[in-house]
Design a binder for this molecule. Sequence first.
Ligand code: DQA
Length: 145
Amino acid sequence: MKSILLLHGPNLNLLGTREPDIYGALTLAEIDARIQAAGAQVEIEVRCLQSNHEGALIDALHEARNWASGVIFNPGGYTHTSVALRDAIAAIDIPVVEVHLSNVYAREEFRHKSLISPVCKGKISGFGWHSYWLGLMALKEILGD
Ligand code: DQA
């Protein structure tokens, strides 16, 4: 069975109460449970981690090299600012799929720029919690059988 990391960045621990009109009503734990269940159906183990700290996210990406076949990553606000996270993704040789709950291109201009996208396999944005599900399906296809 393959294993993947589902990694969430800053403020995503507040899902459910954080701007629900933008991010939806599900909590992070509910999203994680849905993606783990969907993973189990396609024989992929999904390990979940959230951090508000850039360094902890970098550590998680480095450690993922040792056990994960790929990563689904919502970097939150760091998407638009973090050279260090971009470098961490570029440094690891496993595929990373960037996901966002909201359609970042339909929002403020500062959200249109992602420092992460060029070093990711691809990007999914705007489908609420289904963005994570689509990210899982994308990784499944990338990883093959
Ligand atoms: C987000 C979009 C980011 O611009 C924002 O800073 C977030 C969440 C999303 O999932 O839509 O924290 O990554």
